[in-house]
Design a protein around this ligand. Structure first.
Ligand SMILES: NC(=O)c1ccc[n+]([C@@H]2O[C@H](COP(=O)([O-])OP(=O)(O)OC[C@H]3O[C@@H](n4cnc5c(N)ncnc54)[C@H](O)[C@@H]3O)[C@@H](O)[C@H]2O)c1
Ligand SMILES: O=CCCC(=O)O
Length: 488
């Protein structure tokens, strides 16, 4: 670590924030590693179930007052946090690169993207409305209002340490909910720093509580079954999401589930190939392939497949792999050794079944957890790499012959987060939007994420939407009141 990096780490709080106080974890500490160097960066407080319960006590106690706090004030706190995020953009970006590995250029992009949820929901906070109408029979007056759901547990993944936290905290606070956030053990530092900024922006005691832990299940399980908790918002794997949904069913909790993806990327014979190549690189290699939105399966029309593969291979072969803090790095490390093993196993399986490695196809050197950016062609549809979320820098190409076949292949998965398609034919584009079973579509575009967009999936990719106008609804209940018509 250079001096600047260690100074930064030294300024990040490493304790739990419970009821407005930074306190040590009852289970001591656990280490956070730099995946590019394999070194420990910091020791972070390890919460026990009792610490988790204290955090929920705090969120429940602060709940009523926060719900009554004028929306304008809630909005101003979020807006001030947005400003503080901009002010500390360089620190936040470096912190994400250190604890997660993404290239610094991308980490700066995430500060922009993640910060935007704070600004967007500061604007939405004051637009929570209702309606008033006379019943069709004319006998009653109907009032519909929206109320905060109540104390919410937010569980986030490691791959977008800032954006996945702001995408939940901002709408929850805007709606008037208090929260307990449990960041991932692999990347808790960015959430801790964000929380410090929320505190500085004036978030009252108990409104945001942070519980870092190496034992997620033991800490979150009792919270999910506590009757004071009213909402669970989770982003992570489908496997864990299913388990949490089962637990949440016991308390009939409101849930939002942002789960895994297996995005198809279709290139038709009429596509602008230059645009399709750019889109493919963005959709695949953003975050070193560790994105739920990452294009996972490339289906290319047989007449353009070789040209597309040749151009993509040339670009991927020129990518630089290395520590995210170094200039010109395109591909950072994967988050941990297990992730490298999993990507290597998928590539080996594809090759055994007849796929051709056009570039990459092996682990990177050094102490960090690297896998080289890889292009595979002639990948048989039954290769595991086409059926499983890769979560690494591997671009597998296979071919199709007709639009019907492309749609069938795209839908041949239990997941449905996002799909990408490149075609110049507008009518075909419209058909694809109708037919492809996903919550989001990139039509001639390789990245769809935006704070103003309703982000989320269908099928086993999740329930609910984050961002946009829909995002705040996830933290609101609808209440209907009937009164007699005073004139009847
Ligand atoms: N749809 C989306 O918006 C979206 C966004 C980012 C990541 N993801 C998905 O997340 C996955 C990668 O993230 P990950 O490896 O952090 O996922 P993960 O499911 O392993 O972990 C996600 C979070 O859940 C916690 N967790 C794990 N077991 C738990 C339990 N029993 N009880 C409570 N909490 C528990 C983890 O500590 C972490 O904070 C991929 O599948 C990716 O597609 C989805
Ligand atoms: O990993 C999934 C989230 C990616 C995004 O929000 O763009």
């Amino acid at each position: 670590m250079t001096t600047t990096e260690s100074d930064l780490i030294g300024r990040v709080p490493t304790e739990l924030l419970v009821a407005g106080k930074w306190i040590p974890g009852s289970n001591g500490t656990f280490p956070v590693h730099d995946p590019a160097a394999g070194e420990a960066l910091a020791e972070v407080a390890d919460a026990s179930p009792a610490d988790g319960a204290a955090a929920l006590d705090a969120a429940a106690s602060a709940g009523r007052e926060w719900a009554r706090t004028p929306a304008r004030r809630r909005a101003e706190i979020l807006r001030r946090t947005f400003d503080l995020v901009q002010e500390h953009a360089d620190d936040l970006a470096l912190l994400m690169t250190l604890e997660m590995g993404k290239p610094l250029r991308e980490a700066r992009g995430e500060v922009g993207y993640g910060g935007e949820f704070l600004r967007w929901f500061s604007e939405e906070a004051v637009r929570i409305d209702g309606r008033y109408s006379t019943s069709p029979e004319g006998t009653g007056q109907m009032v519909v209002t929206h109320r905060p759901v109540g104390p919410s547990l937010l569980i986030t993944p490691w791959n977008f340490p800032l954006a996945m936290a702001t995408r939940k905290i901002a709408p929850a606070l805007a709606a008037g909910c208090t929260v307990v956030i449990k960041p991932p053990a692999l990347t808790p530092l960015t959430t801790l720093m964000l929380t410090r900024l929320l505190e500085r922006a004036g978030v009252p005691e108990g409104v945001v509580n942070v519980v870092t832990t190496s034992k997620s299940g033991a800490v979150c399980g009792p919270l999910i079954s506590d009757p004071r908790l009213r909402k669970l918002s989770f982003t992570g794997s489908t496997e864990v999401g299913v388990r949490l949904l089962e637990q949440a069913a016991g308390g009939v909790l409101r849930t939002s589930m942002e789960l895994g993806g297996n995005a198809p990327f279709l290139v038709f014979d009429d596509a602008d190939l230059d645009a399709a190549v750019e889109g493919a690189l963005a959709a695949k290699f953003r975050n070193t392939g560790q994105a739920c939105t990452a294009a996972n399966r490339f289906y290319v029309h047989e007449t353009v497949a070789e040209e597309f593969s040749r151009r993509v291979t040339e670009r991927v072969a020129g990518m630089r792999t290395g520590r995210g803090t170094e200039d010109g790095v395109d591909i950072g490390p994967l988050i941990e050794r297990k992730a490298v093993d999993s990507v290597a196993a998928l590539v080996d399986d594809a090759v055994e079944r007849g796929a051709r490695v056009r570039t990459g196809g092996s682990r990177g050197e050094g102490p960090g957890t690297f896998y080289l950016p890889t292009v595979l062609t002639d990948v048989p549809p039954d290769a595991e790499v086409m059926g499983q979320e890769i979560f690494g820098p591997v671009l597998p190409v296979t071919t199709f012959t007709s639009e019907e076949e492309a749609i069938e292949l795209a839908n041949s998965t239990p997941y449905g987060l996002v799909g990408y398609a490149y075609t110049r034919d507008t009518r075909r584009g419209q058909r694809l939007i109708e037919e492809i079973e996903t919550g989001m579509m990139g039509l001639n575009v390789g990245v769809v994420s935006n704070a103003a967009a309703p982000f989320g999936g269908v099928k086993q990719s999740g329930l609910g939407r984050e961002g946009s106008r829909e995002g705040i609804q996830e933290y609101l209940e609808t209440k209907y009141t009937l009164m007699p018509n005073p004139y009847a």
